[in-house]
Design a protein around this ligand. Structure first.
Ligand code: G4P
Length: 528
């Protein structure tokens, strides 16, 4: 098979949702359809259970599972599907944002009863900013939930999407009868008794055909006709180009737990979802068919065994083929590296692979060469864009609790930051170190891992920071910048890349600082 055909076969995507909407269940059902697993319940949830904050075993358990579920690959109807796992827990949101840089499309799962929830809003916003094609799956139709039109409205209002329904429910909850598939023009009946079975769809070109009344009952048939009329009137026709540009989002309804609407979703997905897309680097747009290999690290996973400090760096292949034992350029280090046992992923297993193609993910064993965002090429000096750091939500000083282990602590912090567990800021004034995280849980993770993997002990000290603002030094007026640095010196730090960061204590301070030093532009992400 030629490389062009290999690329055309691949669909690399992520499933995002608020916890409990059904992401794990849907993933599992997709794997079942792909024949990658034989029974339900085989995919372990990567969820951090509620109340797990101080339960370190739970954190480790979660970490173990997320290695196994980082990439779930399977074949379905001659397509190779790679599902990239995204943690649902909000404390790990940054992980999810980074994974979104490696997907070519996304499926958003929404709970029919809860509608659009907070975490969904945040994740969809990131996808929207990047024009990532999204399909919306409204789940749990077997339960009482919101009215389908209200939900579509909510998706448009709260998520800022332009929806095009490709299926529509017939009833809901207790009265749920099935789904009319607008995409395939057929009806799939839901049978309460035989829930786990995959039922055959009934072809139905025209819902005005009177035989519909015999199938779903007169009342339901009339309601469906009315509702579909409204759907055709209010919502635009599905437009594949608009979907792929990220300007229109098709919507499916179903029940992942009951296998209902999942095959329809998958069949449509493999037809419409984009194959591996080109990616912007600092020098050019890199197309998958460019010939020469390039890829970037979007995730690093530390070994679970503290005695072996090697890590697994997950590389998304953007162009060309990645081959075992061929030296590639690590652009940041300007150093050639070759990999004797790159891992490919299949279902929940990994295996050594000789050749991988654009869209694929390879896991590379790493002893500390990589950090998130690193680019590998066949020799070209370029860096892929698009893994910015966002301002953390929590900030604490980190102190060394064992003076004999300063070196270990330093190394541990360094490596955990490379993995993207949290962000490190070093104060300009006194060199004190501040750890910034998205959620409080990470502090426990860091403390635990420093002790168990590096033999170092730390304590934390609270510091009041509202937001980290990256300050554009280069564009600033030199005199104004000097004054800003003098006045704000107590609040200035450097991030790991050496960029200047203003740790503002309130929204008001940010506003005042912007007014006073207009040429020192403050940004809430590290890339601007
Ligand atoms: P997540 O990964 O998005 O966090 O959600 P997950 O799939 O774990 O699903 C959360 C809960 O919702 C699970 O129940 C799951 O069984 C249920 N669920 C998923 N899809 C459907 C559906 O279509 N209909 C109904 N009624 N429920 C659904 P749980 O009780 O929390 O977990 P479990 O003990 O059943 O695993």
């Amino acid at each position: 098979m030629s490389i062009v055909e290999e690329i055309a076969k691949r669909r690399t995507f992520g499933i995002v949702s608020h916890p409990d909407a059904g992401k794990t269940t849907l993933t599992e059902k997709l794997l079942l359809f792909g024949g990658a697993i034989q029974e339900a319940g085989a995919v372990k949830s990567n969820k951090v259970k509620k109340g797990a904050t101080s339960d370190f075993m739970e954190i480790e358990r979660q970490r173990g599972i997320s290695v196994a579920t980082s990439v779930l690959a399977f074949n379905y109807k001659e397509k190779k599907i790679n599902i990239l796992d995204t943690p649902g827990h909000k404390d790990f949101a940054e992980d999810t944002f980074r994974t979104l840089t490696a997907v070519d499309s996304v499926i958003v799962v929404i709970d029919v009863a809860k509608g659009v929830e907070e975490q969904t809003e945040k994740l969809v916003e990131v996808c929207r900013m990047r024009n990532i094609p999204m399909i919306v799956f409204i789940n749990k139709l077997d339960r009482e939930g919101k009215d389908a039109f209200d939900l579509l409205d909510e998706v448009e209002q709260k998520l800022g999407l332009k929806v095009a329904p490709l299926s529509f429910p017939i009833g809901m909850g207790y009265d749920f009868k099935g789904i009319y598939n607008i995409w395939e023009k057929n009806i799939n009946l839901f049978s309460g008794e035989n829930k786990q079975q995959i039922s055959e769809a009934i072809e139905f070109e025209d819902v005005n055909d009177p035989s519909l009344d015999d199938i779903i009952g007169q009342e339901a048939a009339e309601q469906l006709r009315e509702e579909l009329e409204l759907v055709y009137e209010v919502y635009p026709d599905f437009d594949i180009e608009a979907y792929r540009d990220g300007t229109q989002q098709p919507v499916f309804f179903g029940s992942a737990l009951n296998n209902f609407g999942v095959r329809e979703l998958l069949d449509c997905f493999i037809e419409i979802a984009p194959k591996p897309r080109p990616k912007e680097s600092d020098t050019r747009l890199v197309s998958p068919t460019d010939g020469k290999f390039s890829g970037f690290v979007f995730k690093i996973h530390a070994n679970m065994d503290p005695k072996h400090r090697d890590r697994l760096a997950f590389v998304k292949i953007v162009s060309g083929t990645f081959e075992r034992n061929v030296p590639y350029l690590h652009v940041r280090h300007n150093k050639k590296l070759k990999f004797s046992s790159p891992n490919a992923f299949f279902a929940e297993k990994k295996q050594v692979v000789d050749v991988s193609y654009p869209g694929d993910i390879v896991g590379l064993h790493d002893t500390g060469n990589f950090k998130i965002g690193d680019t590998l090429t066949e020799g070209e000096k370029m860096n892929f864009k698009g893994i910015p750091s966002f301002s953390p939500e929590h900030f604490r000083y980190i102190n060394n609790a064992d003076p004999m282990k300063a070196k270990q602590l330093h190394k541990g912090i360094d490596q955990l930051m490379d993995e993207g567990v949290a962000q490190l800021f070093t104060m300009e004034l006194n060199g004190r170190k501040i750890i910034g995280t998205v959620g409080a849980l990470q502090y426990e993770v860091i403390q635990y891992r420093l002790e168990h993997e590096y033999g170092a002990k730390c304590t934390y000290e609270n510091i009041h920071v509202h937001k980290a603002c990256w300050a554009g030094e280069e564009q600033a007026d030199p005199e104004e910048l000097k004054e800003f640095k003098r006045v704000k010196q107590k609040f200035l730090a450097r991030d790991k890349q050496g960029q200047l960061v203003f740790l503002a204590d309130s929204a008001f301070t940010i506003q005042m600082t912007r007014q006073k030093y207009p040429s020192v532009i403050l940004h809430f992400t590290s890339e601007f």
